[in-house]
Design a protein around this ligand. Sequence first.
Ligand code: GLN
Length: 497
Amino acid sequence: MLGIIHLGGVLDRTPRKNVMKLNELTITQAREGLQQKKFSSVELTKACLDRIKQVDGKINAFVTVTEEEALEHAKHADKLLNNITIEQYNNYPLLGIPIGLKDMYMTKGIRTTAASKVLENYIPQYDATVVTKLKNAGAIIIGKTNCDAWAHGSSGENSDFGPTKNPWNIEYVPGGSSSGSAAAIAADMCIASTGTDTGGSIRLPANFCNVVGLKPTYGRVSRYGIIAMASSLDSIGHFTKTVEDCALILNITAGNDSCDATTPKKNKPDYTESLKKSVNGLKIGIPKEYFEIGLDKEIKEKTLKAAQILESLGAKTVEASLPHTEYALACYYIIVPSEISSNLARYDGIRYGMERTNFGDEAKRRIMLGTYTLSAGYYDAYYKKAMQIRTLLKQDFDRAFEKVDVIISPVSPTPPWKLGEKVNDPLKMYLSDIYTITINLVGIPGLCVPIGFTKNELPLGMQILGPHFSEETLFQIGNAFEEVTKNEGWRKKKPVL
Ligand code: GLN
């Protein structure tokens, strides 16, 4: 089996320094290798499956591994690869490439649990729109990834299938709720993966696992067939090893879907085009409210240093202000449970799923909170007030974007914490979402890119935020940062497992 490829792209069967294993490749590298017949999709898929067998006992990134189906589809992809022209190949941007799907994505014939006992044995009748799009692009579904049950959480510990561990140090949380998808990329168990982000669930785990994570603009990617958490905030995004790969996947997943009325019929650019653009002249806002007390010193320094690096490329940084930030957390934790209590009402144990007693503590807490804030007499006092604040938060960003092109901020106030540290104190856990939740209340996009490691060797990232539908600018900046730091030592690190 051709399990190893030389960094320069030359096939090499003998493991030695500077060689990459197939499962470590990016999408772009894997595509190139497959096209040039340096290896097959079956070999690439096997390399990922072997890696899962080797390390997932420690990490718990997957709820379900679809080995048989994946190998079957890889064989099919290899046949196609052998029989199509280059032009036809371009219609399959993910042909033969193994990806993981958060277990919130409905997959026809493949168990989909939302990491909850309620859906432990649920097998969907249809694929989510995004799953169909990824399959049509030629992707190989290698398995369903672990997450906080129903995507409620920030650490991955709310999963009914056991917590996912951080590949960089298995005593620490990988961030949640899309914990398995981020850990699977960090540990090279697949080439890319998908997530959902309602209040940070893509950006936080990307930040804690040293991978790239995108929360697109609300409505840019269809939510159809993805288990709903809070429908007016749910965003459908993904994890990759590079910004380029991230743009490539958005090219596939973005766009109008007649099954989701919140996806506008808006022109879809080629997102990879923006990667080539310079950041010279772009204005970057540094929101003062996101750098105040409560923010870890190392995170503050590293994030500001990242902004300085972008300045050295010709971007300009200016102070920005988001004055209603202090109300965001309270606003989010009223609106989100309200929508959750309504969305989870459908799991009545009659039509599908197990009895409601199977809901875990966090889901029950949110159902109760949401039912309370929506009930007569309390609706005006809580839900309506929260919705008014939501408008103020949106106006904060509208005003800020009149002066700057993007905003750069930390993703989390602290580095990854130890497993068990916050799980029994929901309020403490909620506070870790302070920099991510507002973005979902406002509906704008956010890209998380790695910026280095703490003294304790734990990963850190920053988020780049822009106005609605500004994903191109986010990729432009993320890619420029990645390029200029590509020779730094931390870029070459791999978790030791
Ligand atoms: N941590 C947040 C919450 O628990 C975000 C979850 C998410 O984005 N799915 O609500």
